[in-house]
Design a protein around this ligand. Structure first.
Ligand code: SAM
Length: 222
């Protein structure tokens, strides 16, 4: 049996035993597939991890960069109190439309605002509208812009804000200083920023599972 198959089986086992993904989450994945969206959402155990981290940090206001069909959005928004708010940023109009339906079907439409456009254009507007600071930020869009997204996350944060960044391992290439892959370069620059930033305390964790070998970074604003 390949490692990948085993990793998927273990994720399936966790999903079936303790993760408790509700019907709306399964329906969101089905709607994403029907609409032809790529299957690059977080896995169910990872989504539940985001949900628990948001709850543990007592988040009321959350920001997500990279919505896709709203699968992680639903996990995060369902961790917020009823009067909480999640703003999620998505470049693709098609993805944003599918996400809107998924979030509404999950009964979370009142808590979630989807802003369509390039995040580097929508983030300044969010700041100008005074919508920060956010208690929880999830960065999961185009990886080459991760340094800028991290800087925006800091601008829109307060002491105690948790920042999570997905897909930081790149098949191990993140450890290769000579890589010219723009995604890897973006992630390494983001880690350089984190390392130099006295306001952040951070770590990164490698993961295996249904989505293969990957990992996430977690930073806390001091
Ligand atoms: C990995 S997917 C997000 C997955 C989602 N967070 C989940 O787990 O369900 C990345 C998303 O970022 C979007 N994206 C790419 N470039 C972007 C940009 N410049 N601004 C905003 N969103 C962008 C893509 O269209 C895609 O839907």
């Amino acid at each position: 049996m390949t490692n990948e198959r085993r990793w998927r089986e273990v994720d399936d086992y966790f999903a079936a035993t303790i993760v408790a993904a509700d019907r709306a989450l399964g329906e969101a994945l089905a709607a994403n597939a029907a609409a032809g969206l790529p299957s690059i959402d977080v896995s169910a155990p990872q989504g539940k991890l985001l949900h628990l981290l948001a709850k543990m940090s007592g988040a009321r206001r959350a920001l997500e960069i990279g919505t896709l069909g709203g699968y992680s959005t639903i996990w995060l928004a369902s961790a917020l109190p009823e009067d909480g708010r999640l703003i999620t940023l998505e470049w693709s109009a098609r993805h944003a439309e599918v996400a809107r339906h998924n979030v509404d079907r999950a009964g979370l439409g009142g808590r979630v605002e989807i802003r369509q456009g390039a995040a580097l254009e929508t983030l300044p507007k969010i700041e100008a509208e005074g919508l920060g600071p956010f208690d929880f930020v999830f960065i999961d869009a185009d990886k080459e812009n991760n340094p800028a997204y991290l800087e925006w996350a800091l601008r829109l944060s307060r002491p105690g804000t948790a920042i999570v960044v997905d897909n930081v391992v790149r098949g191990g290439e993140v450890a290769d200083a000579r890589s010219r892959d723009p995604d890897v370069v973006g992630i390494r620059r983001m880690f350089d920023l984190i390392a130099r930033e006295p306001r952040l305390s951070a770590t990164a964790i490698q993961t295996v599972g249904a989505k293969g070998w990957d990992g996430f970074a977690l930073a806390l604003v001091r």
